[in-house]
Write a protein that binds this ligand. Structure first.
Ligand code: NAD
Ligand code: LMR
Length: 329
């Protein structure tokens, strides 16, 4: 017997990331090749015509797993009974902007959507915020939803998986090892140039990647800036912010959360439980292991002086962002 469909809400459905994301969700790449889905697509009123066009293309793929679609400009409709919610819709930055420049502009979107999720989504909805600045937007949505006391605040997450994937790719190139051989990478903190990609625990077929690299100057002067500024480099090259790689990271994040990471570490931006000295509730990138639809933070990793410094810089940026939106909450 086929499974009951899962309701997946996607915001910004007419945007660039939406266009890379929706077809992969409908084909089963996110929730499994035996899992039907109903897509609940949210975008602004002026984008509804474009959303209809995307829906026509989705129809034309005749995806066996696509059990239904809804297009709406009303968040209360889009999030109704949603079991997975991908909050992509927001303004992207252009050349020369930092992600925090988007804060005030995009923050209001997440109070409205947080309230809709808090009232209408499935109580166990898994929320991934992609729209930037994603950690703080996830925080805003979580705090707003919390007021309704229905949904689990632990399930509001921000997307650090693109940084994680970017770091994996740089490390594979540096060490000459396969990406698939690399495990136990962490990206701490904010999805911003302050994030700290940490390969101290990373292994490749049992070998320490730190020993294989054996170059602290490369870590500090090449690796961290390359991963941290990759989003800007893509904007510079494409004239548009990353889209297919962002959609891919969103698929990876939700797939691993729902289907499990098989003991591997994955980076997720999750509300801090106080581990590693990060104040509770701040959405901070940490290593997680996922199983049975739940994530668990990997605890008790040793934090050396360099790492603590980096983790504090990215934390301070998040505290500053939180301060910047406190009037909205
Ligand atoms: P885009 O401009 O192509 O599309 C955004 C879509 O969101 C548009 O269709 C727009 O109409 C819609 N939208 C705007 N406000 C909305 C609202 N209130 N409700 C519903 N829909 C709304 O942008 P994009 O390239 O798809 O990027 C979307 C967001 O993702 C940006 O904020 C971008 O910075 C961010 N992003 C994050 C990551 C990450 O790793 N976290 C990576 C890439 C991009
Ligand atoms: C990215 O990392 O590619 C996105 O967050 C887009 C951006 O503004 O950098």
């Amino acid at each position: 017997m086929s499974k009951a469909p899962v309701r997946v809400a996607v915001t910004g459905a007419a945007g660039q990331i939406g266009y890379s994301l929706l077809f992969r969700i409908a084909s089963g790449e996110m929730l499994g090749k035996d899992q039907p889905v109903i897509l609940q697509l949210l975008d602004l009123p002026q984008a509804q015509k474009a959303v209809k066009g995307v829906m026509m293309e989705l129809e034309d793929c005749a995806f066996p797993l696509l059990a239904g679609m809804v297009a709406t400009d009303d968040p209360n409709v889009a999030f109704k009974d949603a079991q997975v919610a991908l909050l992509v819709g927001a303004r992207p930055r252009g050349p020369g902007m930092e992600r925090k420049d988007l804060l005030t502009e995009n923050a209001k979107i997440f109070t409205v959507q947080g309230a809709a999720i808090g009232q209408y989504a499935d109580p166990n909805v898994k929320v991934l915020v992609v729209g930037n600045p994603c950690n703080t937007n996830a925080y805003i949505a979580m705090k707003t939803a919390e007021k309704f006391g229905r949904v689990n605040p632990k399930n509001f997450t921000g997307m650090l998986r693109l940084d994680h994937n970017r770091a994996l790719s740089q490390l594979a190139a540096k060490t000459g090892r396969e990406v698939s051989s690399l495990t136990k990478l962490v990206v701490w903190g904010n999805h911003s140039p302050t994030m700290y990609a940490d390969y101290r625990f990373c292994l490749s077929n049992g070998d320490s990647v730190k020993s294989l690299v054996n170059d602290d100057a490369w870590n500090r002067d090449v690796f961290l800036p390359t991963v941290g500024k990759r989003g800007a480099a893509i904007i510079e090259a494409r004239g548009l912010s990353s889209a297919a790689s962002a959609a891919n990271a969103a698929i990876d994040h939700i797939r691993d959360w729902v289907l499990g990471s098989n003991g591997e570490w994955v980076t997720m931006g999750v509300p801090s439980d106080g581990s590693y000295g990060i104040p509770e509730g701040i959405i901070y990138g940490v290593p997680c292991v996922t199983e049975n639809g739940e994530y668990k933070v990997v605890k008790d990793l040793e934090i050396d002086e360099f790492s603590r410094e980096r983790m504090t810089v990215t934390l301070n940026e998040l505290l500053e962002e939180r301060e910047g939106v406190k009037d909205l909450l």
